[in-house]
Design a binder for this molecule. Structure first.
Ligand code: AKG
Ligand code: FE2
Length: 293
């Protein structure tokens, strides 16, 4: 089974439909040339100074990883707000909303979504393949899940992705497997992409960074959308300066976790009231986490 490719002119529904069927899809020309060059300009010099990981098993000791991307480049917002990623993620993560009773009222609750983490990953020549995994292992999710997916992830290629240079390896269809079946490298296909293309996959799809047997680095940005009632993998509250957060559009503030969902997760108390943290961002005097004005 190969990875299906869709054009950037496709609809979010087409993207989510392929994701539901295959667990993975490639969107060509996902970012504009301007965004691609802005991301490279802002991030490649930082990567050049970064140390490789010290965990040879999962993160790779010939792999450089930098996070806090919203603090480091304004261009990353174009990935988060890309409708083919944002709306397709909503289609999947908000499918089959549950109903709950509160007293004599039964209501349907559509779960909010948020950005789980941001990371630019540069696989250097000589790095072996990353162990195949499901990204929803962070939440100890069970499969097949009778309820829902937790995660839709994206990998935006900043360089070409090939079989030889460590293009992400995926097992299409593995989102339907149970938790007993072991993923094998022979079952994977490599994402082959041009710079600016993106690979999208579900939290339940087995995948991993490929081995780089080429002579140049392979670089891409990953940023999962997850259910907002789960804990974010990266702690954005401690990673992005408040002044930056305040300058973002409200939708992006919410997607970074500065919100209180319909199930109340994430509230703060202010003057005896339970309020959304969005209220704090509107206050001129709010400048620091931990010091509620
Ligand atoms: O680098 C890649 O292609 C995939 C990375 C990945 O799956 C991870 O770090 O969870
Ligand atoms: Fe992963």
């Amino acid at each position: 089974m190969s990875i299906r490719k869709l054009a950037a002119t496709s609809s979010p529904q087409e993207v989510s439909a392929v994701l539901q069927e295959d667990g993975v899809v490639c969107v060509q020309n996902f970012v504009t040339p301007e965004t691609l060059s802005g991301l490279k300009q802002d991030l490649l010099p930082l990567l050049g100074q970064a140390a490789a990981g010290d965990d040879a098993y999962f993160h790779g000791d010939k792999t450089r990883r930098l996070s806090r991307l919203f603090a480091r480049t304004d261009h990353v917002a174009a990935i988060a707000m890309n409708p083919l990623f944002l709306e397709a993620s909503r289609n999947i993560l908000q499918a089959n909303p549950p109903t709950v009773w509160c007293g004599d009222q039964q209501s349907e609750v559509v779960p909010d979504i948020q950005i789980g983490a941001t990371q630019v990953i540069q696989i250097l020549p000589g790095q072996g393949g990353q162990p195949l995994h499901r990204d929803d292992f962070v939440y100890l999710w069970r499969h097949p899940s009778p309820q829902r997916e937790t995660t839709v992830n994206v990998m935006v290629a900043l360089t070409e992705f090939t079989h030889e240079n460590g293009g992400t390896r995926v097992i299409p269809g593995s989102h339907k497997w149970d938790d007993e079946r072991m993923p094998k490298v022979e079952e994977t296909v490599s994402a082959e992409m041009n710079a600016g293309d993106a690979l999208l996959w579900l939290g339940s799809t087995y995948h991993g960074g490929g081995a780089n047997v080429a002579d140049a680095p392979r670089t891409g940005i990953t940023m999962p959308y997850i259910l907002a009632f789960l804990r974010q993998e990266e702690n954005h509250y401690l990673s992005i300066p408040i002044e930056k957060i305040k300058a973002f559009p409200e939708e992006l503030q919410r997607l970074l976790g500065w919100s209180m969902g319909q199930t109340y997760a994430g509230w703060i108390e202010r003057n005896g009231q339970i309020v959304s943290p969005l209220e704090l961002l509107k206050l001129e005097e709010f400048k620091e986490v931990g010091l509620l004005p």
